[in-house]
Ligand binder design. Structure first.
Ligand code: ATP
Length: 246
């Protein structure tokens, strides 16, 4: 049987003298080949994940506005922000094998999306699938499945949303939530928690308001494991955003 060294020696014969290969012997050639295979399969997994996100919401998992949000560019000017940043970092670091969800609630412009996107961007780099979606987008995708032209069924969309590693639902309580919205959010959180997948929620409502809106059943599932509930109760940062900082 041919050994990696035989193969390396044969390759060397064909190689122009000025070409410096990335391997110096058969073992290194084998290791290089395996590494290339691993990189290629990781790339395929990433491409499949991106295609799936595209199918679920017609875009990649994190909106353009928040693609560059990170823990490092979240500015800390008070204790609340310091604590929120530390907890968000900790949440991302402990994400693997955790079933814990998170709820960021509080005033507008305080960085709930920023820190949720920072968690999401950190997880994406680590190969996880992440989708941050508003209730309004979610509902319009769900309703889109009703039209005859769509080949995506309501069940399939629910299933896809339930299989994303981290799903963050934004703008909870922004519009007058209908019974259908409550049922859909219930189903998504229920399916995700039964398959041990965490959900993030962002809202201007306080926990009591979220409870009243979505019901005890959903909010109780959001408490599974070492879940994270953070109140963002400082002033909005929005007036200071120039748009070119990251
Ligand atoms: N501490 C911070 N450091 C740097 N940028 C911040 C900080 N807080 C917020 N921002 C920026 O301010 C803008 C508004 O923040 P973000 O969208 O996260 O607010 P939000 O709490 O989700 O608001 P809303 O409840 O209105 O959706 C974003 O561009 C965000 O990156």
């Amino acid at each position: 049987m041919k050994t990696p060294n035989d193969l390396f020696n044969r390759l060397k014969k064909f190689m122009p003298a000025d070409v410096k290969p990335k391997f110096k012997n058969g073992e290194e050639l084998l290791a290089w080949n395996q590494e290339q295979g691993r990189l290629r399969s990781e790339a395929i997994v990433r491409e499949n994940r991106a295609m799936k996100m595209q199918r679920i919401m017609g875009r990649s998992g994190i909106r353009e506005l928040h693609m560059n949000c990170s823990f490092d560019n979240y500015r800390v000017e008070n204790d609340g922000q310091r604590k929120a940043l530390a907890l968000a970092r900790e949440y991302a670091a402990g994400f693997d094998n955790s079933i814990a969800s998170f709820v960021f609630s509080g005033r507008p412009g305080t960085g709930k999306n920023h820190l949720a996107a920072a968690i999401g961007n950190d997880l994406i780099i680590r190969g996880k699938s992440v989708l941050i979606v508003t209730v309004a987008d979610l509902m319009s995708s769900m309703k889109g499945t009703f039209s005859g032209g769509s080949d995506l069924t309501e069940e399939r969309l629910l299933q896809d949303l339930s299989h994303v590693d981290l799903l963050v639902i934004d703008e909870i309580g922004m519009q007058s939530e209908s019974r259908y919205e409550k049922v859909i959010i219930n189903q998504i959180v229920d399916r995700r928690s039964s398959s041990k997948r965490p959900t993030g929620m962002l809202s201007n409502l306080d926990p009591a308001g979220m409870n009243a809106l979505l019901g005890e059943r959903v909010m109780d599932r959001m408490r599974l494991g070492n879940s994270l509930w953070v109140r963002f109760d400082w002033d909005s940062y929005r007036s200071r955003v120039r748009g070119d900082e990251y």
